[in-house]
Design a protein around this ligand. Structure first.
Ligand code: ZN
Length: 149
C-alpha cells in the first residue's frame, strides 16, 4: 500500500487492507493471486473472511490460484472520472470469474500489466472471453488486473 501521493488531483484510490484482506494484498505485491478455501467443505471464498459461511468453519486457507478465468461482465469508464484518471479514459473494468468460481474486478491491461486506453472494441472484449491475471502498478500499489488471452 502506498500513501505517498495524497494530492487528490493525482492520487488514485488504493485498497486499504485489514486483518481479513492483508494476506491477499501481500500476495498481490509478490505477484501471487491468493484466494481463501475452506478446509472443511472446499468452497472458494470471496470476499476474504475469517469463517466459511457454509459450515461456519474458521480459518480458511489462503491458496494460490492461476488467475485464469473468463469475462463475466465489463464496463467502459468514461469522463467524468476522478481527476487521477482524466488522462486514462476510456478504459475497461472487467468483472472476471476465475476458474475457481470467484469473481474479481480488475482493469483490462496488456500482457505486461499496463492499463489500456480503450473502449474494448479493438481488443474484442466480450462476456466469456478468456483472461489471465496480470499486475498493474497504480500509484505504487500493485492491483490484480486482467489481460485477454
Ligand atoms: Zn466451508
Amino acid at each position: 500500500m502506498s500513501d505517498a501521493n495524497l494530492d487528490p488531483k493525482t492520487a488514485f484510490p488504493v485498497p486499504v487492507a485489514d486483518a481479513d484482506t492483508q494476506p491477499f494484498w501481500d500476495g498481490v505485491a509478490r505477484g501471487e493471486l491468493l484466494i481463501q478455501r475452506c478446509g472443511s467443505c472446499g468452497a472458494w471464498l470471496w470476499q476474504p473472511r475469517p469463517i466459511c459461511p457454509r459450515g461456519q468453519t474458521p480459518g480458511p486457507t489462503w491458496t494460490r490460484v492461476s488467475g485464469d478465468g473468463r469475462v463475466a461482465s465489463w464496463v467502459v469508464m468514461r469522463p467524468p472520472t476522478l481527476p487521477a484518471y482524466a488522462d486514462k479514459v476510456p478504459f475497461v473494468v472487467l468483472l472476471v470469474e476465475l476458474d475457481e468460481g470467484v469473481r474479481l474486478l480488475g482493469y483490462l491491461v496488456d500482457g505486461d500489466g499496463a492499463m489500456l486506453e480503450t473502449d474494448g472494441a479493438a481488443e474484442g472484449v466480450a462476456i466469456g472471453r478468456r483472461v489471465a491475471v496480470r499486475y498493474h502498478d497504480q500509484g505504487g500499489t500493485r492491483l490484480p488486473s486482467f489481460t485477454l488471452v
